[in-house]
Design a protein around this ligand. Sequence first.
Ligand SMILES: Cc1ncc(COP(=O)(O)O)c(C=O)c1O
Length: 425
Amino acid sequence: MSNHNPISPSDSLRNVRYEIRGRLARRAHELQRQGYEIISLNIGNPGLFGFRTPETMRLAMVENLPEAEGYCHQKGIFPAREAVVMQQQARGVTGVSAEEVFIGNGVSELIDLVLRALLNDADEVLVPSPDYPLWTAAVNLNRGKAVHYACRPENGFLPDPAEVEALVTRRTRALVVINPNNPTGAVYPRATLEALARIAERHQLVLYSDEIYDQMVYDGAEFVPMATLVRDTLCATLSGLSKVYRACGYRVGWAAFSGRTQGAGDYLSALELLSSLRLCANVPAQWAVQTALGGYQSIRELITPGGRLYESRRAILETVNASKYLRLAPPGGAMYGFIGVDRQALPQFDDQQFALELLEQKHVLVAPGVSFNVPYRNHFRVTTLPDAATLRIVFARIEEQLASIAARAEVAGDAKVVNAGARFK
Ligand SMILES: Cc1ncc(COP(=O)(O)O)c(C=O)c1O
């Protein structure tokens, strides 16, 4: 007789989560299949909301398709890597050549590879809370331990460098910075970045700076590339085509290493070995990188007044301002709002419960704050990708849902008072 034991997955996945595409998203998919129209604000996928990749990038890829049929170098095609070098140089980053640039299948793949090449059992990596949860997941998946530093709502979601430094131990190997930030939209001031760079240098931590939203900043917020501030430790700048260039389906990202590359030779060789094991990144889309990074940057039209992303963000800020329950400090960058629910107005609010009810009852899908590794339960994230009119509809539904939670709480509160009264009769 055959033995039908269940197939158990690897223990290495025990602490690995990616809720943004988890249970709620599956339920939304089910409802869609039943014919309901769901407004999905849970994923930053520009293509889903009608944003197009710049035509010149498409043309560059099509033009070069005949050159894209074979594998390419494990670090990526030279013109793409050189374009990244030139962008870094134009920003004032010195010492980067195409040798220090790795092209991957999106930043996602590179997050995994750069950590896998670095970490041993129980090595610690400082990761922001809230974070883009792939960072925490990839640290845990690669045998490390994610140690979260708080970026609190009451501090504009900025980290406190002294608190970050207090978390450094003998086992700390790296510091992750996400700027402009997903999910909060915080754009870190130069002084904060300087302080984080000094901490990394003092403790010889590898600094991973995820700058995938680098050109998405609003109302004069200044984006400062971390690599311009780091001299005495290894700095990896990660970015790609997915957001600023609205080409997330192309699956192209890069990691450019700068700072103290002397002494990092073995690490970079290990990263090259891992890159070789997966042969190369998707080749056709790499041909779009040079066109993307040079010349006119169409993202500017979207992030200035009248532009789609600008106006959507404005719609969110206005509706949140008018809300009885919601709180949001204006996000300086990226394409999200990490919205807080006033604890005094709704003390019993639970982000996961709320997201589920909002989906079932109002057909709006948001990402509960807990998906982003925060210890509190009164936040949710929306993307600003839908147009302003759709967002106003969404926020009217959210307000209705919150009002019904408040009304339920009142009824429950009244019942408690009645019951308490009954006992004393
Ligand atoms: C901060 C951050 N890093 C990385 C990624 C992954 O991007 P890619 O499409 O290049 O894999 C995302 C996607 O949302 C992100 O928000």
